[in-house]
Design a protein around this ligand. Sequence first.
Ligand SMILES: *[C@@H]1O[C@H](CO)[C@@H](O)[C@H](O)[C@H]1NC(C)=O
Ligand SMILES: *[C@@H]1O[C@H](CO)[C@@H](O)[C@H](O)[C@H]1NC(C)=O
Length: 354
Amino acid sequence: MFFDPGKMSSIIMIPLLPLLNIVSGSRLCPDPCLCYDSSDLVDCRFRGLDHVPQGVPHGTWLLDLSGNKVKDIRFTSFVGLWSLKILCMSNNSIHAVHPQSLSSLQFLERLDLSFNRLRWLPDDFTKSLSSLQELRLDHNLLQHIDSSSLSDSDNLKKLDLSHNQIQTLDVRAFNSLSRLRLLNLDGNKLNVLREGLLSRQQSLEVLLLNHNNISEIQTEALAPLRSLTILGLQGNQLEHIKFKTFLKLQTISTHMQMSLNPWVCDCDLQRVFGKIQYVRHLHVEDYRGIICHAPPQQAGSLLASMDSQLCMAETASVLVITITVLLAVIGALVKAERNRKNKQAASDAESQEK
Ligand SMILES: *[C@@H]1O[C@H](CO)[C@@H](O)[C@H](O)[C@H]1NC(C)=O
Ligand SMILES: *[C@@H]1O[C@H](CO)[C@@H](O)[C@H](O)[C@H]1NC(C)=O
């Protein structure tokens, strides 16, 4: 929602094209690329490149290599590009980023590696990238994020890990990202939102976890988030939630998206959503779209259309049980009394016979 695929390059490159002097062909520009503004901007998009070209000028601050066939990022790929602020490498075939291969990019502010084939990130992937503000790793094949991959990037504000295969995140994976404002984990395979994972994310404003496999949100998992305005939990495996988990969100106003989960619509669930509605800073944006998955008699119904019916049913069944128990007790008492009387009558008759 904050950055679309391809926007980065189209916003920066295209409007500038007519204004700038093309210096392509000069010795300062790497061979298949176009260079603008004294090679400050180097455009190597869609050139069929299978490696990062040599000879990118030291002063370049934007290098766009998207839509090529680069397979890996090597130690030598960006040596000497000290001025680089924006590096776009989306839509390549990158499956490996070798250790230390980004370590010279100390002024890099944006790195786009979306639409590649990364299955893992090396240790210290962002170690020297202390200026990095925006990192796109969406549409890769990542399965796990380690504790050390995203270290040292304490200026990072936007991290896009959406549309990967992430099943597990080390509980310390985001520990150094204390200025993070947007974390997009949509379209992964997460099962649990763990306590401690977001412990340093007091500045996080947008947390997107839509379309995962989350069936459990641990009670304290959201507690550290003080700035959260949007929490996306659509399309997960949530059947129940605890009121306490959401009450821990000490924010000014948080909008939550929770439809497309297999909700078990019982009195308990209705009470939780009922209570959430009374908390002023919590808003379930799509409450009217929450559809019950179970029990069978409620499947397909809207939770909102049931008012307090579910709890009434519960009250009714408690009543029925109470009455049944009462009747049984009365029955037993009556029977006992009758037995006593029968015995009495029998012994009376016996004594009369004597
Ligand atoms: C990358 O590929 C995706 C899917 O094929 C496409 O939607 C996107 O626009 C491409 N981005 C760039 C910068 O080429
Ligand atoms: C999704 O979660 C369920 C438990 O809720 C688990 O049995 C299943 O294996 C998970 N699927 C994936 C793809 O992780």
